[in-house]
Design a protein. Structure first.
Length: 170
């Protein structure tokens, strides 16, 4: 144990330098400010997985980390569509999820926004329309904005949310 303490005393504290502020940081701050300027209040989002591979969900979950910090600025995810202002839908809509997605849409109070996330949500992706898939989200419910990419980066998801809010309130 004394050996270890001597080594620690000799070496000192070794850390990495702080990261440099890049263009993404300012873009994130600007998007957050635009959202709050337009809404003037909090935005609540219900995320619906309509049949995705979970790649888009991983990027959506990233929005809650300290780097993006959307919850700290009044944008939060809710468990019930009855409390939501926006639906964030991922994946090609499987035939088994079509009715559930319609009911979720109907349960969301007006004025509601819908953002289709990912290549599958926007176009049906590699699955398209077939016996098991309805294809893109717009084939099942109205969509206000799309965020293409497989999966799209978190900053693009934020931009998609902002574009939907701008269309409705702008």
């Amino acid at each position: 144990m004394w050996q270890l303490l001597k080594q620690i005393a000799r070496t000192g504290i070794v850390t990495e330098p702080a990261p440099q502020v890049d263009a993404d940081d300012t873009a994130i701050a600007r998007i957050h400010q635009d959202l709050l300027d337009i809404l003037g209040q909090a935005l609540t989002i219900r995320q619906v997985d309509a049949g995705s591979c979970n790649g888009c969900e991983l990027e959506i979950h990233t929005l809650g980390n300290p780097y993006y910090n959307i919850e700290g600025l009044g944008i939060r995810f809710v468990a019930s569509p009855r409390h939501a202002d926006m639906l964030l839908v991922t994946g090609p809509v499987s035939r088994h999820m079509a009715e559930a997605l319609r009911r979720t849409y109907e349960a969301t109070p007006e004025p509601k926004l819908v953002v289709a996330v990912g290549e599958c949500g926007c176009t049906g992706g590699i699955f398209g329309e077939n016996y098991a898939s309805c294809g893109r989200v717009a084939n099942v419910i109205p969509v206000d904005a799309t965020v293409p990419g497989c999966p799209p980066p978190p900053i693009e998801i934020l931009r998609g949310i902002l574009s939907a809010v701008r269309r409705r309130h702008g």
